[in-house]
Design a protein around this ligand. Structure first.
Ligand code: ADP
Ligand code: GLC
Length: 482
């Protein structure tokens, strides 16, 4: 099959979160199952700097876009996946990240930027770019590609479309004036199309018009059909429930494997776990935290946003410190959360370390040297860090929601005995529930036999892409068969 995979970010070219990890590794897994899959992303400045050799593949004159848009072609570094870049310098060649300025504010022209991206994907999808390649399936991801299924819906000869929801909380919503300026079909401003509470919703284009919907874990697929997690779209999703599948994300063990990870000081595996301690010392040194015998080191690597429940962690800090635990945090995002964490690091100098910013190498070190990962998310479509943690022998403490519920097995006397326990889970998004799980984890940490068993079980789990990639391929086939 010929598949065009469209995403607004892809590791190792550009990344703000897990979407990039998935867009960088899933196409590779699908390619290795001998499917002709090609990736398309915007040619952000950073991408052009990192992409290596590129060739000019096409010039596109797109409706409503004054300057011509170039399609550049190359390969996604680290593999053989063919890459197309949508090069519209007016929209993508700027400093900052894909969605925000360096100061962290949304680009004011995001609607226009991603409408241009969608128009270019559509042109590739219907073979209007002169590339002599016509995909059978277009696989779109998140709101930035949401208009594509709507653009394809009008034509009988167009490829099939799949839309994957990585996070329903980001919808790409704009007012009427912005919609009007995009020059899109006026009938799209309707309840049956992309109008949503008197605004224009990019994600609805995918949800209403795609031939099939997927999301990134079975539990999140259930959750988004309820009002608690549906972000107002639960009615629509419930209506399409028979065309909505949860497929758990895989991870790329060639990047995230403690035995071969060149980004960490000391590599280790299940049999040389004692080396973790040297990586732990490297973390403590990095954060200027003292070495304390017997102090469990909790880590967090996260976008600092409401979703991730970091406020709950801030609430339990006094108790955590009293128990003698330490915490190292790497993240960036919401200014109020950043400030609260900085304050905590000043207050608990010997116990809390914080680095605001994005740092790939430090993320790997934290996984390699941490004792426990904290991920008390309010919702979590899949979550990748807890899966990385399992492989690195860093025991996850998670809220049982979305992909966290699908990947971590709570420690109870029974699961410990059965050697299925891999972490600590709690149900309610409350300080008390988190604290209860953390206490259980610390108690277990101080009982080495059981603790090592939990680590060992976690490190043996296999969340590689193969199975999930096969499920996507089956789904492409099923959709093509009508
Ligand atoms: P989300 O996509 O919601 O942010 P995931 O757990 O799916 O959550 O993926 C997050 C990805 O981003 C992981 O690969 C994680 O290591 C990475 N990440 C998040 N914040 C940072 C940061 N500040 N520095 C480096 N990597 C980060
Ligand atoms: C989103 C979700 C995260 C998921 C990632 C990749 O960013 O927040 O849970 O793992 O997408 O699918």
């Amino acid at each position: 099959m010929k598949i065009l995979f469209a995403s607004s970010e892809a590791h190792p070219l550009i990344k703000t979160g897990g979407l990039a990890d998935v867009s960088g590794s899933l196409p590779r897994a699908i390619l290795s199952q001998r499917q002709d899959i090609r990736l398309v992303i915007p040619a952000y400045r950073q991408v052009l700097e990192r992409a290596g050799n590129l060739a000019l593949a096409a010039y596109l004159k797109l409706d409503g876009v004054p300057n011509p848009v170039r399609i550049l072609s190359g390969r996604l570094p680290g593999g053989n996946v063919k890459l197309y870049l949508v090069d519209s310098p007016d929209h993508f060649d700027r400093a900052g990240n894909p969605y925000t300025t360096r100061a962290g504010n949304e680009w004011t022209d995001n609607a226009e930027r991603f409408a241009v991206f969608c128009r270019a994907i559509h042109a590739l999808a219907v073979n209007a770019a002169g590339l002599d390649w016509e995909p059978d399936v277009v696989h779109c991801n998140d709101w930035q590609t949401g208009l594509v299924p709507a653009m394809l819906a009008d034509s009988d000869t167009a490829p099939a479309s799949i839309f994957t929801i990585h996070n329903l909380a980001y919808q790409g919503q704009y007012d009427w004036k912005t919609f009007n300026a995009l020059g899109l079909p006026p009938e799209w401003w309707s309840m049956d199309a992309m109008e949503f509470h008197n605004s224009f919703s990019f994600i609805k284009g995918g949800l209403v018009f795609a031939d099939w919907l997927t999301t990134v874990s079975p539990t999140y697929a259930e959750e988004i059909c309820t009002s608690e997690f549906g972000c107002g779209l639960e009615g629509l999703l419930g209506h399409r429930r028979n065309k909505l599948t949860g497929i758990l994300n895989g991870i790329d063990y060639s990047e995230w494997n403690p035995g071969s990870d060149l980004l960490v000081p000391i590599q280790y595996n299940r049999r040389s776990l004692f080396h973790k301690r040297e990586n732990k010392h490297a973390i403590l040194e990095h954060f200027a935290l003292p070495r304390k015998e017997d102090a469990p080191l909790f880590i967090i690597i996260s976008r600092l946003v409401e979703q991730k429940g970091i406020d709950l962690v801030i609430d339990i800090l006094p108790y955590l410190v009293k128990q003698g635990a330490q915490l190292a945090v790497l993240g960036s995002g919401d200014k109020a959360i950043e400030t609260a964490l900085r304050k905590a690091a000043r207050e608990y100098r010997e116990h809390v370390g914080i680095q605001i910013g994005y740092d790939e190498t430090l993320a790997h070190l934290l996984e390699a040297g941490g004792d426990l990962l904290l991920m008390p998310s309010r919702f979590e479509p899949c979550g990748l860090n807890q899966i990385y943690s399992l492989r690195y022998g860093t025991v996850p403490v998670v809220r049982s929601t979305g992909g966290l519920a699908d990947t971590v097995v709570d420690t109870t006397p029974e699961t410990l005995e059965a050697k299925t326990a891999t972490g600590f889970c709690f149900q309610t998004a409350s300080t008390a529930a988190l604290w209860n799980a953390v206490q259980r984890a610390i108690k277990q940490y101080r009982e080495p036999e059981g603790w090592n068993r939990i680590i060992d079980t976690g490190m043996r789990q296999d969340f590689s892409w193969k199975r999930s990639a096969e499920r996507y391929i089956d789904l492409y086939r099923q959709v093509l068969d009508g």
